[in-house]
Design a protein around this ligand. Structure first.
Ligand SMILES: C[S@@+](CC[C@H](N)C(=O)[O-])C[C@H]1O[C@@H](n2cnc3c(N)ncnc32)[C@H](O)[C@@H]1O
Length: 271
C-alpha cells in the first residue's frame, strides 16, 4: 500500500497516530496504545518528524482513553453490541478495549486508509473493515441492523461538511434500534486554533465543518439524540501526569465548562 498517495484528509491520521505512539513511550502512558508505534514503523512513517507539542500528545492520548471508556462501558452493558469506529485511521482501539467475542466491530474510513490498515494492524474474526466515504449516501448500508450500537469518532468531524455530518448522525440514529454516539467536539475556537497550531496547520486547508459551540445543537438537528454528557480533558484524572505549570492551568480551566470546551472535549449522545 502506497501511503505516500494519501490525500491531505487521509494524511491527518498520522497526527493522531503519532500522538498515541509518542504517548506509548511516555513513562506513564495514558491509553498505553499497544499498536501505534509498530503501525507507524511498518508504514515507514518517520515519527521523528511529528509536529506535535507535548500538550497535543496529551490531548490525543486523553481523548483516546475517554472514547475507549465510552466503548468499554457500552459493550459491558450490551454484549451483543455493534461498535463503529468512524474515520478509524490507523487506530487499533479494539486492542485497547478488548471487547467480548460477541461484539462485532466495524472500522470505517476512506478506501485508501482501509487498505493501509490491512497489513500492520492485527486481524480479528469480529473486526469488519468498511471502505466508505462517510459523506456519501449508502455509507451505513453494510452495517447490521437490529442490534445496539456505539459509534465513536476521533478527529473526524472537522472533515465533514455540515449537511453530511447531520446526515451521518441522523442515519446512525435511524439505522440502529438504540445506542450511543461519541466524538470529540469541534468548536469555533478549535476552528480558529487549528490554523495556527504547528501540529494541525497541515489540515487547515481541508477542514470542511463550520464547527459548533453548543453541545445541544446535535439534538436540534437530530431530535432522537439525547445529550449524555460532555467529557472534558481538563477534568480527566490524567491531569496529574502533566508538568506542574500545565497542571495548574488545567485545574483552573476545569472550573469553567466554557473554558474546558476550548480544550479537548468528548460529546456523548444516546438514542
Ligand atoms: C485525524 S484522523 C483520525 C483517525 C483516527 N480516528 C485516530 O484517532 O487515529 C481523521 C480520519 O478521518 C478519515 N475521514 C475523513 N473524512 C472522511 C470521510 N468523508 N469518510 C471516511 N473517513 C473520513 C480520514 O481518512 C482519517 O483517517
Amino acid at each position: 500500500m502506497d501511503t505516500t498517495a494519501f490525500t491531505a484528509v487521509e494524511n491527518s491520521l498520522y497526527l493522531t497516530l503519532d500522538g498515541r505512539a509518542l504517548d506509548s513511550r511516555a513513562p506513564r502512558p495514558v491509553p498505553g496504545d499497544p499498536t501505534a508505534a509498530g503501525v507507524a514503523e511498518a508504514l515507514g512513517h518517520d515519527r521523528g518528524k511529528a509536529p506535535l507539542v507535548k500538550s497535543q500528545v496529551f490531548d490525543i492520548a486523553v481523548r483516546s482513553r475517554i472514547l475507549d471508556d465510552v466503548v468499554r462501558s457500552f459493550v459491558a452493558r450490551h454484549p451483543d453490541a455493534v461498535v463503529l469506529e468512524l474515520g478509524a485511521g490507523l487506530d487499533g482501539r479494539i486492542e485497547r478495549v478488548q471487547p467480548p467475542s460477541t461484539v462485532d466491530w466495524y472500522d470505517l474510513d476512506l478506501p485508501a486508509v482501509v487498505s493501509a490498515r490491512e497489513r500492520p494492524l492485527p486481524a480479528h474474526p469480529n473486526v469488519h473493515p468498511i471502505a466508505a466515504d462517510l459523506t456519501e449516501p449508502g455509507r451505513l448500508d453494510r452495517l447490521p441492523e437490529g442490534r445496539p450500537a456505539v459509534a465513536v469518532a476521533a478527529g473526524l468531524v472537522a472533515f465533514l461538511p455540515q449537511e453530511a455530518f447531520v446526515a451521518l448522525l441522523s442515519g446512525l440514529a435511524h439505522h440502529f434500534p438504540a445506542g450511543e454516539i461519541a466524538f470529540n467536539s469541534y468548536t469555533r475556537f478549535h476552528l480558529w486554533a487549528i490554523k495556527d497550531h504547528r501540529g494541525t496547520g497541515s489540515i487547515a486547508g481541508v477542514v470542511a465543518n463550520p464547527a459548533f459551540d453548543d453541545p445541544r445543537d446535535p439534538q436540534r438537528w437530530v431530535p432522537q439524540l439525547q445529550p449524555a454528557g460532555e467529557l472534558f480533558a481538563t477534568r480527566a484524572p490524567e491531569v496529574t501526569l502533566q508538568p506542574l505549570a500545565m497542571r495548574w492551568f488545567t485545574r483552573l480551566a476545569a472550573r469553567s465548562a466554557a473554558l474546558s470546551r476550548r480544550g479537548t472535549c468528548v460529546l456523548r449522545y444516546r438514542f
